[in-house]
Write a protein that binds this ligand. Structure first.
Ligand code: SF4
Ligand code: SF4
Length: 447
């Protein structure tokens, strides 16, 4: 029987690109690489306008705090370093590079000279940090720091291959076309963490990938494939841990607090490439889909590629999009235009027309059907939190667990009242956070 969690929803899959092989995008003329691509401190540019750079050369470094370097994904000339609004709405510095089409590879890129059995945990952590690897599934936490925080606390690795969002098939194609790179990455992470158990958690709508992985791990005593029921949000860390171990992560705690650490499948493959070839994280697989895209595809794109270049590679648009989404339709973020860059966490770009997926449920008031409560994987009472948010009662919104909401949108999906529940909860969460920051600042002694 497939593993699963309580609550959640069955969403229409739209996995249109499941049979689209990964195609490498011809290097674009220009890339625009953000210096902030993960949770933590942004990098500072270590190149300047006019500098020549090579493929894989470090162009940004984080001098203190949580963070890892940024590398050039093409060879060419730095034409400007400019601040602009990033996908997340923050003002971020970008290094813009004009391609010289020479594909000159940075001389620093070379495989690790030691065998896996000979490297220490500290050496693996340093390799991963230097390769600029951060989570490629969405949350984008620096991978080296995740390993450091899990050391001595966990006894198992969970590899998140669920890919439960509609449309996205990037991980699915990776597992089908390069399963060994994921498994080899897991072996490196097992060694670094000193643990002996890893689960590859794959939803049962990817049976072809499951078969491949089972074949490759048949003789492994440490790595096994776990078949997960196809349900949204199966890829949420808390749901994965509960489904596989039966343990609920307490509020405010992390998977490591219950003995688990979770890595995305593509992150594992990036770890393997850093170790085997010395390649930093300079490209990723992006699913480009939506009813506006002429030929949806899975594209291996250099980091910093503009979405407009991805669209051109897909043969252009067949209709004008009114919604451009970075990520999946459930948890992705709406974008302004096609100027945005592919980052280390861009798993998909979706372009939808006005009427696509419209349910025509007029926004009215809650009819107390209780559906959102049944659907909530965090066992919250979403309609009450939404109500408190609407009347700005932050105290009660927090009492009802607003901060435990993972913003999966399962409550809003198919709400017969058309209530924009998750949007209201997001507003409450942001206001609660802002209030806490304000109070913390007030309580600091004056210097
Ligand atoms: S699903 Fe919608 S209508 Fe039903 S209880 Fe929740 S908010 Fe109210
Ligand atoms: S309340 Fe939050 S966690 Fe629960 S279903 Fe809604 S968005 Fe998901």
């Amino acid at each position: 029987m497939a593993y699963t969690f309580r609550g959640g929803i069955h969403v229409e899959e739209y996995k249109n690109t499941r049979r689209c092989r990964i195609e490498a995008l011809p290097a674009p003329e220009v890339v625009s690489i953000p210096l902030s691509q993960h949770i933590g401190s942004p990098a500072t540019a270590i190149v300047k306008k006019g500098d020549t750079v090579t493929v894989g050369q470090k162009i940004g470094e984080v001098s203190g705090g949580l963070g890892c370097p940024v590398h050039s994904s093409i060879s060419g000339t730095v034409t400007e370093i400019v601040k602009k609004t990033a996908q997340n709405g923050f003002n971020v510095e970008y290094v813009v590079i004009q391609n010289d089409f020479k594909d000159t590879v940075c001389p620093d890129i070379r495989p690790v000279s030691k065998k896996l059995t000979e490297v220490t945990t500290e050496e693996v952590i340093e390799i991963i940090r230097e390769a600029g690897i951060s989570g490629m599934g969405g949350a984008s936490f620096p991978t080296y720091a995740k390993i450091q925080s899990a050391l001595g606390k966990v006894d198992k690795i969970i590899v998140n291959c669920a890919e439960c969002e509609p449309f996205i098939t990037a991980n699915h194609r990776l597992l089908l076309e390069h399963p060994a790179s994921v498994i080899n990455g897991v072996k490196i992470l097992l060694k670094a963490l000193g643990v002996r158990t890893a689960y590859l958690a794959v939803e049962d709508n990817k049976m072809d990938a499951i078969e491949k992985l089972e074949e490759l791990t048949e003789d492994s005593k440490m790595i096994s494939v776990k078949i997960m029921k196809t349900k949204y949000p199966q890829g949420d860390e808390r749901q994965l841990v509960y489904a596989l171990t039966g343990v609920e992560i307490p509020s405010g705690k992390l998977p490591a607090d219950v003995g688990c650490v979770i890595f995305n499948a593509e992150t594992c493959a990036a770890v393997y490439r850093a170790f085997a070839f010395g390649t930093p994280l300079i490209s990723r697989i992006v699913t480009v889909d939506g009813d506006c895209v002429k030929r949806p595809r899975n594209i291996l794109a250099p980091i910093g590629t503009k979405v407009g270049d991805l669209i051109d590679f897909c043969g252009g648009l067949v209709r004008t999009p009114t919604r451009i989404i970075n990520g999946g339709p459930m948890m992705g973020a709406a974008q302004w235009d096609t100027e945005m860059s592919v980052t280390k966490s861009t798993s998909a770009v979706l372009l939808f027309s006005e009427n696509f997926g419209k349910k025509n449920v007029p926004t009215q008031s809650c009819i107390r059907c209780g559906k959102c409560i049944r659907n909530c994987p965090m066992h919250l009472m979403p309609m009450y939190i939404a109500q408190f948010s609407k009347i700005h009662d932050l105290t009660r919104a927090e009492e009802y667990g607003a901060m435990n909401c993972v913003e999966c949108g399962s409550c809003s999906y198919n709400c017969p009242g058309g209530v924009e529940i998750v949007q209201h909860i997001r507003v409450a969460k942001a206001a609660i956070k802002a209030e806490k920051t304000r109070l913390a600042a007030l309580s600091k002694p004056e210097t």
